[in-house]
Design a protein around this ligand. Sequence first.
Ligand code: BG6
Ligand code: MG
Length: 217
Amino acid sequence: KKKAFIFDLDGVIVDTAKFHYLAWRNLAKEMNFDFTEEQNELFKGVSRVRSLEILLDLASYDATQEQKDRWLIQKNEEYLKYIKGMDDSEILPDVVRVLDFLEEKNQGIALGSASKNARPILTKLDLLDKFQAIVDGNDVTAAKPDPEVFLKGGEALKIERTDCIVFEDSIAGIQAANSAGMISIGIGEQDVLHEANYVFKDFTEMSNAFLLELIEA
Ligand code: BG6
Ligand code: MG
């Protein structure tokens, strides 16, 4: 059967989650706030604008709109510096094996990311042509945990939501997939992503036999 496999980008295909964290942490320093990796879990999958709101909240910092706009630009400029030299050696282990297997089985493959930088990153990784549809932060109005980004991915491939499978490293993304009525697969730690239907540490732990079961289910 033809299913749709929808991949998140940051933290699933490439380890850019660490760069987002570093950029937010440096911004937090300007608020005299020590932003921890544990708190960063809440930022994964969340849009840039919403992330700043959460950070200001955590830091109990009252910023003007002008200041917020400046910080959003500053955060993205720093993030872009980190990813500037990125190439396909940064693709996470076995991502290409999974993509190739799904392609060989004629499955739908889409990207569902909150990032507005998704296309340039996929281009750097030389992965753009692996995706039949790309839905990113430029295409949605509601951020994860809202299901919009994944629903649009399924629609673009013309696959019903119950036949869509989502790979996600964030709590917000797992919640988005669940509320879309899709199968959610967490990539990361079981204790963080316990709301997912399945959790794997990374793609090296996910066999082709498991993918085949999803296709045939
Ligand atoms: C998500 C990341 O994929 O994209 C978040 O997990 C990030 O950390 C969000 O804030 C928005 O990304 P960008 O590239 O548009 O700032
Ligand atoms: Mg992610």
